[in-house]
Every structure is written in C-alpha cells, then in structure tokens.
Design a protein around this ligand. Structure first.
Ligand code: NAP
Length: 259
C-alpha cells in the first residue's frame, strides 16, 4: 500500500490555472504549477512552479511517483491535447487521481449554429478559402504553419506573442484579450475582413464573435479536440479547489489515492 502523496501538480498555462493555484495556495494546499516553457515571460502562478516538458507520459508518471504527487489537475488550454492525453495516461500508470479543469466553449452561443465547424486547422483553411479572401486568423501563433500556403496574400493575424516567422503579406497584431465588441467591429470593418477563423477556446475573447455576428462576417470555428474517455471534468475553479483540497489538503485522508 502506497503512502499518501504530497500536494497537487497543476498542469497550467491558462488564466484558470493561475486562479486555481492562488486559491489552493490560500487554502494551504501545497501546489506545484507546471508550465510548458514555450512563452518567454509567462505570468507566474502562486505556489511552486516548475517549467518544461516531462518527457512524455512515462516521464510524467515517473515525476508523479518521484515527487509523491497526491493529485493532478490538468488545467491546460482546451487545445493542448498532447499534455492532456499524457496526463491521463501518466495518472493511470502512477495511480494518481486526475481532474480536468476546462472552461466552457462557445458551442452554446446562439450564433454557433451559423458557424462553419471544422475539426482541424487544415480543414479551417479549406473552409475559409471558400468563404472569403481577407481572413482574420485568430487561432494562435502555433497555427501559423498550417496557413503557410496563404503567403503572399493579405491575412490579418492576431496573436499574444509574435510567431517565429510570418508569411509575406500578412499583417500581425500582437494583443492580449479581452477585447471590446466595438473595437473588434472597427477592426473587422477597417481591415475589410470577410471571414474569421477561430478555435473554440471559450473564455474572454468572444468579442470577435459578437463583432462578426454584428457585421455578418462568416466564422470558421475549429472544434475542440476530444478529451480522453473517462476523464473527470469540471469547468468550475471552485469545484477544482474543493476536489484538490480533498485529495491533498491538510485534512486529506491517509488512504492511497485512486481515480
Ligand atoms: P501540447 O501540444 O498539448 O503539449 C506539447 C508538449 O509540451 C507536451 O507533450 C509536454 O511535453 C509539454 N507541455 C505542455 N503543457 C505543459 C505543462 N503545462 N507543463 C509541462 N509540460 C507541458 O501543448 P501546447 O498546445 O503546445 O500548449 C503548451 C502550453 O501552452 C500548455 O501548457 C497550454 O496550457 C498553454 N496554452 C496553449 C494554447 C493552445 O492554443 N494550444 C493556448 C494558450 C495556452 P512532454 O511530452 O515533454 O511532457
């Protein structure tokens, strides 16, 4: 029988993860946040922080056992599918309970039925080509290579941090949301955008969708990757705090932890 573990490993890189880290630290639950390390100056969460990959699912499982982690909360971005799959596999291997924290997507918005939903960036490119000639690409800097075929034509790309390389002819805006609907409308009109390409990230950057609806600009929406079957999911930071505190807080029991 294994001994009780120490603290929560919080797979982060999102605002919800930082909120959760702050709440856990405040509640006296030992928490270590893990960041991928791809951002030059990341916003640092409360509690301990480690940076960099684990070396796949087996590396993460080894880390969980070595650090005697009591519970894992995967609060990574909805499109960070690889680390989410690794977390599921590693927690299974190490016998550590896992909770997935991910905010609601935009599928329930009234205008979502009018969007062209696609499953991949490649499909988004094809769908957008059929809808317009002046796209607004809001799918993140990692998505740029999937649209490299659009080099030499006008594309409005908005990113938080600049990508490594930008195809010729593109206009790049570096900005971090949330944005105001009026500003988004002015951006779409001013650049004569005729198709918006976005990922179903959810969260506070929905003003671009409101602006597109207002102006009648078609939207191509990349659907979220599927979660591993069976993973426990919440969209509530408060629920994640309660779950993690029960598994790893000062009052957590001494029984071995299982999913
Ligand atoms: P990914 O494709 O799912 O993961 C790629 C690799 O990066 C993983 O296999 C893992 O390396 C490492 N990794 C990812 N997240 C990690 C974490 N929190 N701690 C330690 N290692 C991590 O991830 P991604 O889409 O590149 O995103 C990277 C990070 O940026 C995530 O933490 C995510 O929350 C954040 N982010 C992503 C997006 C997005 O649109 N994808 C948007 C905003 C923020 P090993 O296999 O070596 O362990």
């Amino acid at each position: 029988m294994s001994a009780p573990g120490h603290g929560v490993l919080l797979l982060g890189g999102t605002a919800d993860a930082r909120r959760l880290a702050a709440s856990l630290a405040e509640a006296g639950v030992p928490v270590t946040s893990s960041l991928a390390g791809g951002v030059a100056a990341p916003a640092l969460p409360a509690g301990d922080v480690r940076i960099g990959g684990f070396g796949g699912a087996s590396g993460l499982a080894a880390y969980l056992l070595e650090a005697r982690v009591a519970a894992v909360v995967d609060a990574t971005h909805p499109f960070a599918a690889r680390i989410t799959a690794h977390a599921w596999e590693a927690c299974g291997l190490a016998g550590v309970p896992l909770l997935r924290l991910q905010r609601q997507g935009w599928a329930d918005r009234p205008d979502a039925a009018s969007w062209r939903w696609v499953d991949s960036l490649d499909a988004a490119r094809g769908a957008a080509e059929a809808l317009g000639g002046r796209p607004f690409l809001a799918t993140g800097r990692q998505s740029v290579p999937a649209f490299a075929a659009w080099a030499g034509r006008y594309v409005l790309l908005r990113v938080v941090e600049p990508p490594d390389a930008v195809p010729a002819g593109w206009e790049v805006l570096c900005a971090r949301g949330p944005f105001a609907v009026d500003d988004e409308s002015a951006l779409l009109s001013g650049r004569r955008v005729d198709v918006l390409i976005a990922k179903d990230s959810g969260g506070p950057t929905a003003a671009k969708l409101d602006a597109a609806a207002r102006l009648g600009v078609p939207v191509v929406m990349v659907a979220r990757p599927r979660l591993p079957a069976g993973v426990q999911v919440t969209d509530s930071v408060a629920d994640a705090v309660a779950w993690a505190a029960a598994k790893a807080g000062p009052a957590a029991g001494a029984a071995p932890h299982r999913r």
